[in-house]
Design a protein around this ligand. Sequence first.
Ligand code: SF4
Length: 247
Amino acid sequence: MFSPDPASGTITRVDVELVPDDVWRCLGPAGGAREQLADDIESAIMEASSLAEPASVKRELAVSTIGRGVVEFDGGLSVNGPMLPHLMEGAQGAVFLVVTAGSEIGHRVSELFADDKPLEAIVLDAAGSAIAMNVQSRTVSEVADERKGEGYQVGPCLVPGNEYWDLEGQRTVFGALPAGQIGVRLLDSLQMDPQKSQSALVPFGEELRILDDPTTSPCSSCKALRCPMRLEPYKANEASWDTGIHS
Ligand code: SF4
């Protein structure tokens, strides 16, 4: 099931079709500007779609041990963070992934700013972000469908640079994957180049505890009220579960 070659990864070129709502989600609340900007959004979608080179690379690694604040994988890689052992409790493996919309949208956005066209630049930038998010959600869905088809439970998508997993996690993701094969590199700042890229891991296992489906995760009976990964509101009348996490 697991790839023995640390340099290997599955590369996929991805078809993406954006709708205006995808771009609005990246631009923020529209207020009264929604109708005024409708043509700009359509133009940005067309330009971003023609410039984008959407692609993903993914690779699965087997979990070797889950300890205090650390999850270790076969081959010596590990992820660190106080919540990760809980979020990956029962995981037999994880699929690491990097996706990108390519570099051309970012270059065009810079040109538009240089040409003093900030509105066009901002809307095109949002369309580029929407493409990267779209590629990520499609890739995560494919990973989840594949693993569920093999009989595994699948956990929520975990992203470096969050309360539960700090940005140092980027080093593990890029150590697990040949991201350069889709043109993505990790900068010293731990940001990705091209900027319109995303990274993540998706845990899976037959006995995984925290699942991507909120209705089958234990969050509704958990008292960690400020947990950043809470999938469902706490229901006080259900039997409570003390995870040991009291964020
Ligand atoms: S709310 Fe509780 S059960 Fe849900 S992820 Fe957070 S700590 Fe875990």
